[in-house]
Ligand binder design. Structure first.
Ligand SMILES: *Cc1c(COP(=O)(O)O)cnc(C)c1O
Length: 366
């Protein structure tokens, strides 16, 4: 048995998402690029590659990883490229997307041999959390002034518009795309490609995939453009868990099970967005599941089990792929979870693909 803690990627679940992506591409004509900022566990890229067109990035390192480990079309985006990065970046990228007109002006000539684009900020979004809202006041994420955008036209062939955030509501997507069509249509019709970014939860249960495909196809045809999507969370949703073991149980008015992991170190995104982890909820035995760091609020959440917990019991925490493995850290020097894959080979073979050691911890600092 693989020692805990470890992230367990379920290849069969991953492939279910991939098949939905492939179907959406086929029906809509849109291309799909994996957003590496959400999920960059390159050991499973070979399972994803046949279903997607490539990757997109938010930094030089992600860009390089996409080029070297994912392949296909490699889009490069960064909120700000530095002078020292740009030459290397254009060596990996098929398309480079600048965040501002000033970055475009600074680097357009260097990138003249590849396709260039700009980030367009439509000034609305579906995010309810200002930390993750690209349309927040004074947002630095993209350009919106039509006059400025028009002056950039000779230097760009497309735009990236990322404004959705876990949007499960097709009608809202439809309405907002109509708003983009009416506010920016004249500009879009002069481009070759438009990326609508990520955040559309089309692999979720019950999402009207066919309606989305038809809407994307109509959008592409109206302006004569190639549409791209950049699914992050939608690509890997439900495809991994974090496997932990109970180390101790204390009763301080509540039964608290301390596990060999940490929400701060291993599922940080939940803490930032003040969400609780997806824990088992069946049975009459209630416990608070807490991490082993000295942070008082290192709490995964409340769980229920059919029988009392004992030291050594294993607990599976669901939905541990997106924004989870990419954010793991060495806080408190807690063992970093290994990475394992349950293969979709029919036997359910679990393969350990990466382990972390004291040397990794030591070499993360100096
Ligand atoms: C975060 C991000 C994505 C992926 O978003 P998901 O919500 O994970 O699908 C795609 N494109 C851009 C530009 C992003 O910033």
């Amino acid at each position: 048995m693989i020692p805990t803690p470890f992230y367990l990627i379920d290849e069969a679940r991953l492939l279910q998402n991939m098949q939905k992506i492939a179907r959406l591409r086929e029906l809509s004509g849109a291309k799909a690029l994996l957003a590496l900022k959400c999920f960059a566990t390159w050991g499973v890229f070979p399972s994803m590659r046949p279903y997607m067109d490539g990757s997109t990035s938010s930094s030089l390192f992600e860009l390089r990883l996409g080029r070297e480990k994912f392949g296909g079309e490699t889009h490069a985006y960064s909120v700000a490229w530095s002078d020292s990065e740009i030459d290397e970046a254009i060596g990996y990228a098929d398309k480079i997307i600048f965040n501002s007109i000033s970055q475009l002006e600074r680097f357009a000539d260097k990138a003249a041999h590849i396709e260039r684009g700009l980030r367009l900020n439509p000034r609305f979004s579906t995010s309810g959390f200002d930390l993750a809202d690209p349309a927040r006041p004074f947002s630095r994420l993209g350009e919106w002034d039509m006059t400025k955008l028009m002056t950039a036209l000779p230097r760009i062939s497309g735009v990236m518009i990322h404004y959705n955030c876990e949007n499960r509501d097709f009608d809202l997507f439809d309405q907002q795309l109509t708003r983009i069509e009416s506010e920016f249509g004249e500009f879009l019709s002069q481009l070759k490609w438009v990326s609508l970014g990520g955040g559309i939860h089309f692999t979720g249960e019950g999402y009207p995939l066919e309606a989305l495909a038809a809407r994307l196809r109509a959008f592409a045809e109206k302006f004569g453009i190639q549409v791209y999507l950049e699914p992050g969370e939608a690509s890997i949703t439900g495809a991994a868990s974090l496997e932990v073991s109970v180390l101790d149980i204390v009763d301080n008015g509540k039964q608290v099970a301390i596990v060999d992991s940490s929400i701060e170190a291993h599922m940080l995104d939940l803490l930032i967005y003040r969400e609780t982890a997806k824990l088992p909820q069946t049975g009459d035995h209630a416990y608070q599941i807490a991490g082993k760091t000295c942070l008082a609020g290192d709490i995964f959440g409340d769980a229920k089990f059919p029988a009392p917990l004992a030291v050594g019991d294993r607990i599976s925490i669901a939905d541990a792929a997106g924004y989870t493995m990419v954010k793991k850290n060495w806080f408190n020097g807690v063992n970093m979870p290994a990475i394992a894959v349950r293969r979709a080979d029919g036997n359910g073979t679990v393969e350990l693909i990466r382990e972390f050691t004291y040397e990794d911890y030591q070499s993360s600092l100096s």
